[in-house]
Each structure stands twice: as C-alpha cells, then as structure tokens.
Design a protein around this ligand. Structure first.
Ligand SMILES: CC[C@H](O)CC(=O)C(=O)O
Ligand SMILES: [Mn+2]
Length: 337
C-alpha cells in the first residue's frame, strides 16, 4: 500500500538532538528511538554526530559512541524509514559517506554556511554518484539577504541536490522572513525546498507553517524538541497540526506521541525548554549548537552566558568557530578584572 505524504518529514533528534545531550547517545537509545520512529511511519531519520559525520572531536564535542555504530543500529530497526546522515564539508569526508552507505544510509544532507555553498560541490556530486538522495542544507540562513540565499541555493541545485533547505540554525528568523525566503526559493529553484527551524523564539511551528504555505515540501522536526537550543519544530505536534490542516505526513499520530512520551522523554537530561540562554540564541542570531559550549565557558570564566552569546552574535560567529566562544569569554573575564 502506498502511503500518502504531502510533506516529507525528516526526524532529526538522533542528530540535532545530539548537541542537546553532549553527543552521549548509546546504541541502546538509538535502537529504541529508531525502531519506534520506523513503526510510527517517519519517512527519514537522521543519525550522525550533531556536527555531522566526523564531528566527534575536542572542538565540537566527543561522541560517547562511534556514530557508525549508531547508524548501523538505526538501519537495523527502522523498517521502511530511510536513514539520513549530515555532512559538513571540511568535517565529514567522501570516505565517511562511503562508510555510511555501506551501513545502509540512503540520504546525505550536505551542509554549509549560507554564503559558502561552493564548498559543497564535490560532496553533493559524489553523494549523487554514489546513489544517495542528496540535500543541500544552507545553515544560518538568517545571515544572508534573500537574493544571496537564492544564489547559493541555485549553486547547490547545479551540483545535483534533489532538495535545498533553508536552515534557521539560530532560530532567529521571523515568520514573514521565512515566507519571503521560501517564496523566492520556490520561484527560482527547480528542485524541492525544505525548511529546518529552531524554537529559540518560540517560532519554529509558525515558521514551519509559513514555509509550507509558500511551497516547502520537506520539513525537519525533532521529537519532544530534542534538538540544539530549544530544539526544532516538535515532530509529534507538527504531525497533529498538519493533520488538522488536512496535510498528510503518513505518520501515525498516536504512535509518534507515544514515542515522544515513552521513548524520547526519558533520554532528556533536562526538559527542552525556551530557557533564557536558548531565547538569547534566537534573539542574538547565534548557532543553537553553541549553547552547551557557551555555558561551559561561562562557568569556567565566571561570565553570564547571555553576555557571551550576545557578543558572539555581534561578531557574527559561524559554525566551525567554536574556539571563539572561549576567546570571547576569556576576553570578557580579562576586561572585567
Ligand atoms: C553544526 C551543524 C548544525 O547543527 C546543523 C543544523 O542542524 C543547523 O544548522 O541548524
Ligand atoms: Mn539544527
């Protein structure tokens, strides 16, 4: 039987959520979550270190478990769901993708800063050659004006991406900005448009609906908001809202709610809430994945983590510049003494 899906959801808790739990996923947790997501009918499940394949490092945070073991575990229990991997050129290599394919990964999402799509050329074309469904993932999309975003998305399309995502990494975009950007992408691309939000300003759902209304057909969610910062658009809530709107996701509402409550909630180290630090991520336009790093630096140097995040926002620090968090905190501590 073919399942009707108007919108294809990629569940990112087993990748983006890795940031929220300091990359401490165990094989057992991944087995339980991926099995339940598969049974609920989630079409795509992303599994990798939070910063993508090869991300386990002192700079980004060491994984408790080798991500290849986590991918293998997810593939073994996820049934008809496809397992996806995230790859940031400069961190994850073509060899890493080959390993993931051997284990059964079916989709690669190649992520770059919103103005640096050119560095994705080789990864996107290789991923396509190797038979993967391929997504271009333009992170920190709030940092580029609409025409720049479109230009960069077109580059990814030209390299062979099947879908290009606007990624609101900081949860900083407002609904009218998402609307305008999605419409422009829709007007200028021949491939699917996707949206990945973060809930730091409590706008992930509103932004997701704005993106869908303007033609986005690929949407990311994290179950129980298990994503970086305040998490992403909450998958089980999104399924319910879309069902009310008559939009089919092909996901079983009761099963995804049960997964959230019984399988994912016990994994959370703290509830995923819009804490003051998460709010500041969205307000200042800072990478959601910087949160735990900033909190650690705040503790070490005795600085208010909000001041560090605001300064990082002013400096327009982007992914890969995690070392700047320590620099900023130590400069602030020096200036104070
Ligand atoms: C550092 C990679 C990042 O977590 C990817 C992502 O989900 C985002 O930019 O929001
Ligand atoms: Mn994210």
């Amino acid at each position: 039987m073919t399942i009707q899906r108007d919108i294809l959801i990629t569940e990112v808790a087993l990748r983006d959520g890795s940031h929220a739990i300091a990359h401490q996923y165990t094989v057992d947790q991944v087995l339980r979550v991926a099995k339940a997501l598969g049974e609920a009918g989630v079409p795509y499940i992303e599994v990798s270190h939070g910063d993508g394949l090869g991300g386990s490092s002192l700079q980004y945070g060491l994984s408790l478990t080798d991500e290849l073991k986590l991918i293998e575990a997810a593939v073994s229990v996820s049934g008809d769901s496809k397992v996806a991997v995230l790859v940031l050129p400069g961190i994850g290599t073509i060899e890493d993708m080959k390993e993931a394919i051997k284990l059964g990964a079916k989709m690669a999402r190649i992520a770059t800063h919103v103005t640096e799509a050119d560095v994705s050329a080789q990864h996107i074309s290789k991923a396509k050659d190797m038979g993967l469904e391929t997504v271009g993932f333009l992170m920190m999309s709030h940092m580029a004006p609409v025409d720049k975003l479109v230009e960069q998305a077109k580059l990814m399309e030209s390299y062979g991406a099947d879908t290009v995502y606007m990624v609101d990494s900081a949860g900083a975009l407002l609904p009218h900005e998402v609307r305008e950007r999605t419409r422009a992408l829709r007007d200028h691309l021949g491939v699917n448009v996707g949206f990945h939000g973060h809930n730091n300003l409590s706008l992930a759902m509103a932004n997701t609906l704005a993106a869908i209304e303007e033609g986005a057909v690929r949407i990311d969610g994290s179950i129980r908001c298990l994503g970086a910062g305040a998490g992403n658009t909450q998958t089980e809530v999104l399924v319910a809202v879309l069902e009310r709107m008559g939009i089919q996701t092909g996901i079983d509402l009761y099963k995804i709610m049960d997964t959230a409550e019984e399988v994912v909630a016990p994994i959370l180290q703290v509830p995923q809430e819009i804490t003051r630090d998460n709010l500041v991520l969205g307000y200042a336009g800072v990478y959601s994945s910087f949160m735990l790093h900033a909190q650690r630096a705040a503790k070490k140097f005795g600085i208010d983590s909000r001041d560090i995040l605001i300064e990082l926002g002013k400096l327009k620090v982007v992914g890969g510049q995690e070392d700047m968090i320590i620099d900023v905190a130590s400069e602030m501590a020096k200036a104070r003494n």
